[in-house]
Design a protein around this ligand. Structure first.
Ligand SMILES: [Zn+2]
Ligand SMILES: [Zn+2]
Length: 321
């Protein structure tokens, strides 16, 4: 089982001629989640060949424009495309008012129901839980109310080793219990341990999105042991003072959070346009953490038990059907 993150925008503040502001699409067990929606997200979704209709949940970290100015346009396009499936938008309290004010002023209505779920930024909060996954928000430390998001797969059932089950004569009606981890006893009283009848399922994966924030040790406490951590790194150490003033992080600080969280991989993004070469971010982070990656637009980051595989979506076809 793999978890795939598509980066659509990794710049901070303003879009430039060749860079988009924050937006990511997470694919987790066939479910699609849009995380932040900077200006131009629609275009980037198109370029990534991601079907709009697959998105039923959108997560907005905070109300700085570089994280949600693309949202009203996307919601409007969903309507123009004839969407009828309900959509849930998770975000700060004022998001609903902002979006509805724009809809009212322009006489826009939507062909589908939108549910606005309010995030609160003081304590972690479970936003959505199914048999497959749990999605929570966690507080960040920024100039306005901001949350990160933690996406966690749930443990799957064990996989049946059918040839062995058949050899013991296990009836189909007992498969359910065996997949749940129970041992099996034959009619003759022979006990067969579960380990013999099943394979381990793939380990569940976890992804954390730490949006705009200054360094705080609290972040690491909310996301302990995460497999992949995206953490903003707006500046390098040469602008550490600026990072402090604007309540952003440096690459080094992002790496320290990754280390404190015991993360496996760190993905850096939200780069300031003041930098031409992002290699400096990676170099500074590598001094503190081993597995550092740069968020690149229209690139896919596929995480599995084998590691992290990065692929450009502009040079290879998307896996979309
Ligand atoms: Zn930002
Ligand atoms: Zn911000």
């Amino acid at each position: 089982m793999a978890l795939e993150l598509v980066v659509m925008g990794a710049a901070s503040a303003t879009p430039t001629s060749n860079q988009y502001t924050t937006s990511q699409l997470l694919k987790m067990r066939e479910h699609y989640f849009l995380i932040d929606c900077g200006e131009g997200t629609q275009k980037q979704l198109r370029r990534s060949k991601i079907k709009f209709s697959r998105i039923n949940h959108i997560f907005i970290s905070h109300l700085h424009g570089d994280h949600f100015f693309g949202l009203v346009g996307l919601l409007s396009s969903f309507h123009l495309l004839g969407r009828t499936t309900p959509l849930t938008v998770y975000g700060p309290p004022k998001l609903k008012d902002l979006i509805l004010a724009q809809f009212r002023a322009s006489g826009t209505f939507t062909s589908y129901p939108i549910h606005f779920a309010v995030t609160q930024h003081k304590v972690p909060q479970v936003l959505l839980e199914t048999d497959d996954y749990t999605i929570s928000s966690f507080p960040l430390k920024h100039r306005i109310a901001t949350t990160g998001f933690l996406f966690e797969e749930k443990e799957q059932q064990r996989k049946l080793n059918k040839p062995v089950a058949d050899a013991y004569g296990v009836p189909v009606c007992d498969y359910h219990w065996i997949k749940d981890g129970k041992d099996w006893t034959s009619e003759e009283g022979q006990l067969v341990p579960n380990k013999e009848l099943t394979f381990d399922p793939p380990a569940p994966l976890r992804y954390a999105f730490a949006s705009d924030t200054m360094y705080t040790h609290d972040t690491a406490t909310y996301i302990q042991g995460v497999d992949l951590l995206y953490h903003e790194s707006t500046f390098c150490e040469d602008k550490a003072k600026r990072a402090q003033e604007t309540m952003h992080s440096t690459a080094k600080e992002a790496a320290i959070v990754a280390k404190e969280a015991g993360a496996t991989h760190l993905l850096l993004g939200h780069f300031s346009a003041r930098y031409r070469d992002f290699g400096q971010f990676k170099e500074e982070a590598l001094e503190w953490f081993d597995s550092v990656w740069l968020a690149k637009e229209l690139h896919s980051y596929r995480l599995s038990s084998k590691g992290l595989k990065v692929e450009s979506l502009t040079t290879s076809p998307s896996d979309e059907k």
